[in-house]
Ligand binder design. Sequence first.
Ligand SMILES: Cc1cc2nc3c(=O)[nH]c(=O)nc-3n(C[C@H](O)[C@H](O)[C@H](O)COP(=O)(O)O)c2cc1C
Length: 270
Amino acid sequence: MSLIDAVFNRRSVRSFLTDPIQSEKKSQLLNFINNLEVPFEHSVQVKLFEASGGKKLYTMFTAPKDNFAIMSETDMVSISKAGFIGELVLLYATDLGISTCWFGHYHLRTLNDLMPHMTPSENDPRWSYGKGPVDGTRVIAISPLAYHKEKGLRIIDRLQSSMMSHKRKALDELLVGKKDLSEDIYFALDLARLAPSAGNLQFWRFDVSEDEKLVRVAMPVGYKHPKWEHPNVDIGIAASHIFLGLKERGIDFSVDIKEEEGCAVWYFRL
Ligand SMILES: Cc1cc2nc3c(=O)[nH]c(=O)nc-3n(C[C@H](O)[C@H](O)[C@H](O)COP(=O)(O)O)c2cc1C
């Protein structure tokens, strides 16, 4: 498999076998994280951590032993870069046969206990979800790293998974500018269309210039996610799929990420 195959094969998994992932796979994953090259400067960190079981961390299922946290500064652009980098790690885990699920909402106090260097204020245990940027690095999202246990979920959770998973908007609905795309650009944007998003709301929009030299990825103007505090993460996730698609097609490009009107906006210049 490759990361592109993983885009097609990845699903959010919320039921896991108790076996930890093999140490060889863990080393491969760490190696991937430590050597990951992306086309922008960043200070995103991806840290593996162990949980001790129990339903506290993820609330809907027992936490597997292995998990990872994606950490970054809390300005819009850094948060979006965290989405980009986190998704590449998640896809690589998929490539290794390990199941994952992006989690933006989890039990923060439990995470703080598991990652003792994260020290919340006693008065505001939800500090990492502050409305504006705060000083320093925060956990932006986490994911389990474990093997899928089919039929492990309660019926209600299974229904929720199947309602939220798989379905995606048609690419046409996501294009705000040019719609008749060349095959290569179509390929890259169609991969982005398959990206996971909080609540599967797929709120990214793609704007391709007439000469196809510029692809812009952003939320619709004025977009507010009903539940998720960091929708710029999702924009970074979609951008990572475009990155994979353009690379797969051998297209040269540079990437710029800017904050515009309170949102992270990705520009691919071809
Ligand atoms: C940034 C982000 C945060 C998410 N947070 C949660 C979460 O807190 N709980 C959860 O059950 N699923 C969460 N998800 C998973 C989405 O529900 C899932 O990606 C979406 O329904 C599409 O399904 P798929 O990943 O199987 O393709 C999150 C996804 C993303 C991208």
